[in-house]
Design a protein around this ligand. Structure first.
Ligand SMILES: Nc1ncnc2c1ncn2[C@@H]1O[C@H](COP(=O)(O)OP(=O)(O)OP(=O)(O)O)[C@@H](O)[C@H]1O
Ligand SMILES: [Mg+2]
Length: 409
């Protein structure tokens, strides 16, 4: 296939026509959307938003995608406001025609500033009705198409709602959305996010709220690029940056392989090649990756793989999480559960356990350890060999970084 040259742009907007690969994944998502809504899970920076943007450039006939990055929102009312703005910008007629939402707003005293919809805080108690009204307006006015709301980074919004208003309110948002999905057969949603909902809602689940607010949705993981696509992206970037290269195939191969075919890091490697000279080679790719793993400026933003653990696992489980990742990182091969348990128990002294959870695991509670490992799998740190069930790091790049950072390499 002809490779189209592309400039390296790590973390930047990628035009739909420049998105490499993802066709199989996108087909899988469209297929799922025929029947149900989708949770797209993935590690940070793996390319979720880029996938959604490519989807937006060519949805199948009869299907409309409505995208919003909701990461910055922190109350249910702000969320309703964002959804209503999206609906009204799509369908100005809804606004003029005296929609359910606008009628409700009239009663409640909603305002518009400079033509922009603004819901004042006193409407907070009505957020559920307002949300239902605006979504139903859309469906009522467009009876012939399917509507897919894409809420990018919705777990981050829910986390903020949880912090400001409590976990029950975060759960209410998901419950109302689930209710809407169940009521309307032409409504679909895509939730994307790099923190799993299991973190946002863990407290509630432990408190016995059994209703799973997303168990009607299909979970689809965004993985790194396929091998061939990783190589093709590297080739496109090497060409786009006009780097001289005596062995282009070997160089593209090494560039993609060194970073586990994660497109963001492929862009980073090539951007760095351009920054240091005019030439590219496999050896240079390897050397750039080695340096990035110990870069004090952390230009690849790797520190978050460690930093985010504090918030996600809290002081009562953190010691154990670090011990697990240290053990798996240092091992030369995937570890069996018993072996991993033994290594972890021998490194965390009981008197330093610091919490009942850690103490229980040290005292032999395998169930708790398994639960923790499952959480680390869902967070994309670990994965299991499909044949043996043994544990290893999900990405070799992150394992290498972890070992350097934690002094085990
Ligand atoms: N399919 C692709 N083709 C080319 N470049 C890509 C592709 N996917 C991702 N990238 C590169 O990786 C970067 C990160 O991608 P993207 O923003 O889609 O990831 P994300 O998973 O949404 O990240 P975040 O967790 O920060 O929201 C992009 O800016 C781009 O440089
Ligand atoms: Mg994103």
């Amino acid at each position: 296939m002809q490779v189209k040259p592309m400039r390296a742009n790590p973390g930047g907007e990628i035009e739909a026509g420049n998105v490499v690969g993802r066709d199989r994944l996108i087909k899988e998502i469209w297929n799922a959307l025929h029947v149900q809504s989708v949770v797209m899970v993935a590690e940070r920076r793996i390319g979720k938003t880029t996938v959604v943007k490519k989807m937006r450039s060519g949805p199948p006939a009869g299907l409309r995608l409505i995208y919003n990055d909701v990461e910055g929102l922190s109350t249910p009312l702000e969320f309703v406001e964002a959804v209503a703005r999206d609906v009204e910008s799509l369908l100005p007629a809804v606004r003029q025609a005296g929609s359910k939402f606008r009628r409700m707003l009239g009663h409640l005293g909603g305002i518009e500033i400079g033509g922009v919809l603004k819901l004042p805080p006193q409407m907070s108690p009505n957020w559920k009705d307002l949300l239902r009204a605006t979504v139903e307006d859309l469906l009522d006015h467009c009876p012939d198409s399917f509507h897919v709301f894409v809420w990018d980074e919705i777990p981050l919004m829910l986390d903020k709602i949880r912090s400001s208003a409590g976990e029950q309110v975060a759960m209410d948002v998901l419950d109302v959305l689930r209710g809407l999905r169940q009521k309307h057969s032409r409504l679909r949603m895509i939730y994307t996010g790099s923190i799993g909902l299991h973190h946002v809602l863990s407290g509630l689940r432990e408190a016995g709220h059994a209703n799973a607010p997303t168990n009607d949705m299909r979970t689809i993981e965004v993985t790194p690029l396929d091998r061939d696509d990783g190589r093709m992206l590297a080739q496109a970037l090497l060409l786009g940056e006009e780097l001289q290269c005596s062995e282009p195939e070997e160089t593209a191969d090494a560039t993609a392989e060194e970073v586990d075919d994660i497109p963001y890091y492929i862009h980073q490697v090539v951007a760095r090649m351009r920054a240091v000279g005019n030439e590219a080679s496999a050896a240079l790719a390897r050397s750039i990756v080695r340096k990035a793993l110990v870069d004090a400026q952390d230009t690849w933003n790797l520190a978050h793989y460690r930093d985010r653990l504090d918030g996600r696992y809290g002081p009562d489980r953190l010691t154990l999480v670090l011990a697990v990742l240290d053990a798996v990182g240092a091992a030369g091969e995937p570890l069996a559960f018993d072996d991993l348990g033994h290594r972890v128990r021998s490194t965390v002294p009981r008197e330093k356990a610091g919490s009942d959870f850690v103490r229980d695991v040290i005292d032999g509670d395998d169930e708790k350890l398994r639960k923790l490992l499952t959480s680390l799998e869902r967070d994309h740190y670990l994965c299991r060999d499909p044949h043996t069930g043994h544990y290893r790091f999900r990405f070799s790049l992150i394992q290498r970084w972890w070992n350097m950072k934690r002094g085990g390499a």
